[in-house]
Design a binder for this molecule. Structure first.
Ligand code: ADP
Length: 248
């Protein structure tokens, strides 16, 4: 159980990252607000004190630049941290995440199905980071489906193989994404949730990019959204060392 907790902590690194990020940017945003208010007050004066207004607005620009710098720095850190390279069984890693997310999916009345290709090539990369991506996609899907009536909340996680490697898909039966926003959802800070950070998908994309793969969103049929990512395969089918020795 202890190792389960350790694992969950690592998987929730994304949440921590988002929390520290919002903490860091709160200060310059508060400062921008104060400066904007001051500018309003100087404008209201009779006659308006334009010199002070100009100065206050310059401070707002400075605050906004500081926020931009903080975001750039954190995104660089995410990108630079070299992903660990290990060969692993992706289907097994997916099953683990589905089990981890079970309490959330159960609570939200989501029925979860997996369709995992047998004999999938092993993939190479950072197992925990890829699990973070998947967990984020699952939690987003569960959240998106909350307005849908219970009994119609369906999540399907599948893997398959094509010429480019392994493809993982997370399909939901939620309201889906406006076709115009299919790319925007990956922008940092794009969120439609009252307490969302808008960082999840942006970080997911950085992780998949660092693995030489691609992550994108499409409309699901007949309804909902589907998030898919590819990972270059390593050709060899993954064999669990334990099973291999058992076979001998
Ligand atoms: P957050 O979850 O904090 O909003 P994300 O980057 O994970 O940040 O998601 C950004 C936005 O993308 C969400 O606010 C939501 O509008 C949209 N989105 C993500 N996943 C889904 C989904 N499965 N169905 C519909 N919209 C989604």
């Amino acid at each position: 159980m202890q190792s389960d907790f350790a694992h969950m902590n690592r998987v929730s690194v994304m949440g921590e990252l988002a929390a520290s990020l919002s903490h860091e940017i709160t200060q310059p945003i508060a400062s921008a607000r104060n400066n904007a208010r001051a500018a309003e007050n100087f404008l209201k004066m009779q006659p308006p004190d334009l010199g002070e207004v100009r100065e206050a607005l310059a401070c707002v620009v400075g605050d906004a630049d500081r926020v931009g710098d903080i975001i750039d720095r954190i995104r660089e850190q995410v990108k630079k941290a070299p992903p660990r390279k290990e060969r692993f069984d992706l289907n097994a890693a997916i099953n683990e995440v589905v089990a981890l997310a079970r309490s959330v999916t159960n609570r939200n009345g989501v029925s979860v199905q997996t369709r995992l290709a047998e004999g999938l090539s092993s993939v190479e990369g950072d197992r925990v980071q890829l699990q973070q991506v998947l967990l984020n996609l699952i939690l987003n899907a569960a959240e998106a489906m909350s307005p849908v009536e219970e009994g119609a909340r369906e999540l399907l996680i599948s893997t398959k193989e094509d010429q480019t490697g392994v493809v993982v898909a997370v399909r939901d039966s939620g309201p889906g994404i406006d076709p115009e926003h299919l790319e925007r959802v990956f922008d940092a800070f794009y969120t439609t949730k009252p307490s969302g950070t808008g960082m999840g998908l942006s970080i997911c994309r950085s992780i998949i990019d660092a693995h030489g793969g691609r992550l994108w969103a499409e409309a699901n049929k007949p309804r909902g959204a589907v998030f898919q990512f590819t990972l270059p395969g390593t050709d060899a089918e993954f064999t669990n060392p334990l099973q291999a020795s058992e076979r001998i």
